[in-house]
Every structure is written in C-alpha cells, then in structure tokens.
Design a protein. Sequence first.
Length: 132
Amino acid sequence: MNQPVIDAIIINSSKKFLLVKKKDKWIFPWWKQDIETNEWEIDALLRELKEEIDLLRSQVKVGEKYKEFEWITPNSWLHRVVHTYFCEISWSIAPKNEITDAQYMSYEESLTIDCSDITRQIVETLYKDWYL
C-alpha cells in the first residue's frame, strides 16, 4: 500500500503561497503519512512542519481540506494520492534538514521557477479556483 502524501497550502494576505526548496525543486511543504502507526493526516502535517521548517503545533492552524490530487512519482512510478490542507501560520519559518529555502511566491513568480509536476498542478488549480 502506498503512503498518502499530505501537503500544506499556506497562503498569506497578499495571496502569495509558501513553497520550499528540496533537492533543487520548489514544492509545497509535504509529508508522507506513517500508515504503519495509524498516524492521522493532521498529525503527520504538524510533525513535519516542525521537522522541516521549524514550526510548533501552537504556531500552525490547520484549516479545511482543499482537494485530493492523483500523482505518479517520476522516478519510482508509484501512484500517490496527495491530500491538501489550508494552513495558517503565526510565526516565521526557518528551513531545516533537507529544505534549503522557503519563500512566499505569487502565481506569476511560480511560473518562473523549477517546481515538481504535482506542485504545478496544485498551483494551477488554486489559481483557477480564485485562491491566488
């Protein structure tokens, strides 16, 4: 069974969204849910926000689930279902571990960077749905 992937969609008041840079690609903050320990999606999201961009649970408000996206990973050809959640943060971020940078970007700015295919798909859907 494939692990579900959970993405955090963090949009600020200027309609810019947070992307992080991992292995030379810009992506939404995302994590695989630990299905072996029956970890809840929200718990996985909060755990990894702490590990990757140094946000504590008290600094993150997880909102409504946005949409699910189908994705085939490019290197391993695994089928993934990506669950996306809107989140608000009340603190500045500090990239850690595999994350080398984190920036808020406009839709137009995102068109000029190298992002993963699933990130591009989510950005385009957010734009079409008037979130950006």
